[in-house]
Design a protein around this ligand. Sequence first.
Ligand SMILES: [Fe+2]
Length: 318
Amino acid sequence: MALNGLLDIEIAVSDPRALHSFWTRHGMVATSDHVLGTSDRPTQLRLKEGAYRHLTKLRLSCERESDLTDIAQRLGDAGISASVKDTTLVCTDPVFGHVVEIVVGSPHPLTPTQDRAFNGPGRAPRIDTRASAVLDRSTPAPRRIGHIVLGTPHFAKAVDFYAALLGFRISDQIRKGLATFMRVESDHHNLMIQPGPTSYLNHYALEVDDVDAVGLAGTAVVAENHEASVVGVGRHNLGANVFWYLRDPAGNMFEFFSDMDQIVDAETWDRVHRRLDWEGEDGPAGFSVWGPKDPPPVFFNPPDIAEIGAGRQAAGLD
Ligand SMILES: [Fe+2]
């Protein structure tokens, strides 16, 4: 795989300071006054001030310099200009309008999670003590940005840009492209494209250590703002991640997730598991295996969607 990592994202919000402060209260590391990271990765979320809420930059990594020239060639053939300087390619997403930067490298490795001991029938690794989630209720630290989801009326064009031109691998599709899960790492998805009333950032997703960490991290956000929860906790079908979706103070939906399907042998995945024609809300393509069966309407239609549409129009984007 040429592309090999989702490095970080940059988002524009009306009050970056408030969002920065929120994330430092919820376990992210303040690398600077506009950059947030994690213990392993100093840059995960860059913040800037903007007239409306949107993704401004997506940074990816690839294996070698020849990958950059290959990508630039494919972009050029499709009429999309890209500049390659040293070990960096820069272009503009033709649908959403954000900058895509690809550098030769890879994401910094993650320090492995320390396993919690879970008791079960006939198996009790934790005896004579309380569960770690009971003993330590401190806010779990997000470990990395794992994926983003983008909504757009131009989802076929967007998928073509990421899959055919940049080289994302498609892990699953609902109704042959209505929703497309794509990856550059072993995660089932680092990017998902789905329909939307305008082109917008649906959510960014932060991986936490395990299911208890999803619960503890979400609970800490809700303790601060009782209105913050959007939907969760549950386990998704496609990707299988345990999720809790919440809203940050800037109005962005974000997800705490854990335990996503990992794809290392792409050939086996494509042959045995992948489907490009998943159907319907019930069954394997549905929203959840357990937990809420359907997300609320705001999941696909955030309260500020008209503002985002107007902001894009003012910026000359459709
Ligand atoms: Fe997600």
